[in-house]
Design a protein around this ligand. Structure first.
Ligand code: MD6
Ligand code: FE
Length: 218
């Protein structure tokens, strides 16, 4: 893996939140990543997916990489083709892949090479209800690959609970440039995002973008 140190602006100590959850505050510079994401979104535009239950999500989504996460009345799954264009998802930019690999490494996961990147876009008021990420092939295995999450733009309140939806949640503020690594015992913890509060980010405006890098299949 080629390391592009120019993109790594901070080598702050990982703040380990316990149980395989790590926060790397200000891990990347959004201005360097944003053009790559904009190029992806020109090829695979953001869209509001429907849950299997028929509700339209407040968050809009797209993907890059070999696999993309989709949801519709048939369920949640990864596809190799964008259902909108019927073409493969755009390539995962190497610079993003390298940074996600480095974030995982700093959190103690040595071998993480993502092949899926879900792009979530939150406008003011958009939210993500409590969920577990278990559509990846290895999700239920004890040696599952981690999920690396990058936050861009407006800050958000991230809720994290336990292995049951009803477990008490704690919250964490995710700021522009932060990387959060979900691995080990934390991998299946319920988590979500509170409705996005109004604000203005100098680069992204009134929105938050979240990237989650995953190994969908081997
Ligand atoms: C978000 N993140 O930050 C939503 N999932 O907008 C997630 O759902 C998430 O941050 C798995 C692992 C890390 C995450
Ligand atoms: Fe998630």
């Amino acid at each position: 893996m080629i390391v592009q140190n120019s993109l790594l602006d901070s080598l702050e100590q990982t703040e380990s939140l316990g149980l395989g959850l790590s926060l790397l505050p200000r891990f990347f510079t959004t201005a360097k990543l944003w053009p790559f994401i904009q190029t992806v979104l020109e090829q695979a535009p953001l869209r509001h997916l429907f849950t299997p239950g028929g509700r339209q999500m407040s968050v809009s989504m797209s993907n890059c990489g070999e696999y993309g996460w989709v949801s519709d009345k048939r369920g949640y799954r990864y596809t190799k083709v964008d259902p909108l264009s019927e073409k493969p998802w755009p390539m995962l930019p190497t610079a993003l892949c390298t940074l996600a690999h480095q974030a995982a490494q700093q959190a103690g996961f040595k071998q993480f090479t993502p092949n899926a990147c879900l792009i979530n876009c939150y406008k003011v008021g958009a939210r993500m209800s409590l969920h577990q990420d278990k559509d990846e092939a290895d999700a239920l295995r004890s040696d599952a690959q981690p999920i690396v999450s990058f936050s861009l733009g407006l800050p958000a309140i991230f809720l994290v609970g336990g292995l049951k939806r009803s477990d008490k949640t704690q919250h964490l503020i995710l700021q522009d440039g932060d990387a959060l690594i979900f691995g080990g015992p934390a991998r299946l913890m319920f988590h979500g995002i509170r409705p996005l509060a109004a604000g203005e980010d100098t680069l992204l405006g009134a929105q938050r973008i979240n990237l989650t890098f995953r190994r969908a299949y081997d």
